[in-house]
Design a protein around this ligand. Structure first.
Ligand code: NAD
Ligand code: MG
Length: 392
């Protein structure tokens, strides 16, 4: 067989949970890949280690003040060092065949957008991009002929199911949610939980923001909005169900009564591998799913009184416009405030609800460009910060 040239790959958010898992897979078959660029937020030490280990051409740290530290650490390695927000965007613009977009939050918007503009394959873990700028991103994908592959396990599952019969209308797409650490807690119990308790996820090991989002169920809210844009679905066809074992990731209902479900172990390397090998499949070193050992898979209806995030998601799906961007911005600010000890756990969704309901003129905007999305995001953040003291 003819040897394929190595694939040129870039990992945005290389030092995070998704970034590390991605590099773990790539590192198992190094001859197949050439690393163009790795980027990180603040952790110079880890970024440099990864860049050296994977022989990257370029390493970029987002925090400008850490440029000297990175440059010193990479001295004599031949790896280019850069720092700052613009440098991250430039790294994303360097020609690559495949890019992993795994920066967390709205900070990933411009770099992910820059990667898409190359018209190559972009694996998008950074769901906030689609939540805030879904229509803009999907239009850019079409314009540049890019291939956008979702990394979220539920959306990877959905894509695999929907690709079976792409032109058939579906009745419902149902994402599963583990329910997080407070699945069985009362509102009163949730009122006093600490960040440490919120960061104990039952099934997945992930970055801290998505772990908190999984506890409030805001992660599922974001994912419902993500699904709307990725699969171009009407709001009433998107649903969520609680499934504490995280084995089934998505279910698609058809009008003949068929329901197709996707299963895999709760390990992000499976959906990451799907984006790396697409349209083929690759070997991932993990034990096969042992259903008899698991014995029971259970499903529960979500309780929207205890977890208002799902109600907010439904509202944002129906509203359209910038509801997703406003919801996401308020959630990012509220999440940081919770980690900082400034507000309690249930205040997170309360604040998001307040900002959404009191910003109709912001929510009504339908941005056509990424710059407008960023302006809306900034305004929503400013408002959320104003509301914080009232919820302290
Ligand atoms: P993480 O916090 O572990 O990693 C985030 C990465 O982004 C790190 O490399 C960090 O240094 C970088 N970063 C943070 N702020 C930045 C900034 N301002 N500029 C540039 N880089 C910055 O998060 P994660 O769990 O890897 O999640 C990444 C994305 O993937 C999120 O959008 C998350 O919702 C999504 N996702 C994660 C998982 C998971 O299992 N971890 C599953 C599905 C989706
Ligand atoms: Mg997910």
């Amino acid at each position: 067989a003819r040897e394929r040239p190595p694939r040129r790959v870039t990992v945005l958010g290389a030092t995070g949970s998704i970034g590390e898992n991605t590099l773990d897979l790539i590192g198992r078959d190094p001859a197949r890949y050439r690393i163009v660029a790795l980027t990180g937020g603040e952790n110079v030490e880890r970024l440099a280690e990864l860049a050296i280990h994977h022989k990257a051409e370029l390493a970029v740290i987002a925090d400008e003040t850490r440029y000297e530290a990175l440059r010193e650490r990479l001295e004599g390695t031949g790896i280019e060092a850069a720092a700052g927000r613009r440098a991250v965007i430039e790294a994303a613009s360097r020609p690559a065949d495949w890019t992993m977009a795994a920066i967390v939050g709205v900070a990933g918007l411009e770099p992910t957008h820059a990667a898409l503009k190359q018209g190559a394959t972009v694996a998008v873990a950074n769901k906030e991009c689609l939540v805030c700028a879904g229509p803009v991103f999907m239009a850019e994908v079409r314009r540049h002929g890019a291939t956008l592959l979702p990394v979220d396990s539920e959306h990877s599952a959905a894509m695999q199911i929907l690709s079976q019969s792409p032109d058939v209308e579906i009745d419902k797409l149902c994402l599963t949610a583990s329910g997080g650490p407070f699945r069985c807690s009362t509102r009163q119990e949730m009122a006093s939980v600490t960040p440490e308790q919120a960061l104990k996820h039952p099934n997945w090991s992930m970055g801290r923001k998505i772990t908190l989002d999984s506890a409030t169920l805001m992660n599922k809210a974001l994912e419902m909005l993500e699904a709307q844009h990725l699969f171009d679905l009407p709001p009433d066809r998107i649903d969520a169900v609680i499934h504490p074992q995280s084995i089934v990731h998505c279910l698609v209902y058809y009008r003949d009564g068929s329901v197709l479900a996707h299963m895999s172990p709760p390990d992000m390397r499976t959906p990451i591998a799907y984006t790396l090998a697409w349209p083929e499949r690759m070997q991932v070193p993990m034990p096969p799913l042992d259903l008899p050992k698991l014995a029971t898979l259970t499903f529960e209806a979500p309780d929207e009184d205890r977890f208002p995030a799902l109600r907010l998601a439904r509202h944002a799906l129906q509203t359209g416009g910038s509801a997703g961007a406003v919801l996401n911005a308020a959630n990012e600010v509220a999440a940081e405030a919770f980690f900082a000890g400034a507000i309690g756990f249930i205040a997170i969704t309360e604040i998001v609800e307040r900002v959404l309901s009191e910003s109709p003129e912001l929510v009504d905007r339908a941005p056509g460009r990424i710059e407008e999305v960023i302006a809306i995001d900034e305004e929503a953040r400013r408002r959320t910060r104003e509301y914080l003291p009232a919820f302290a």
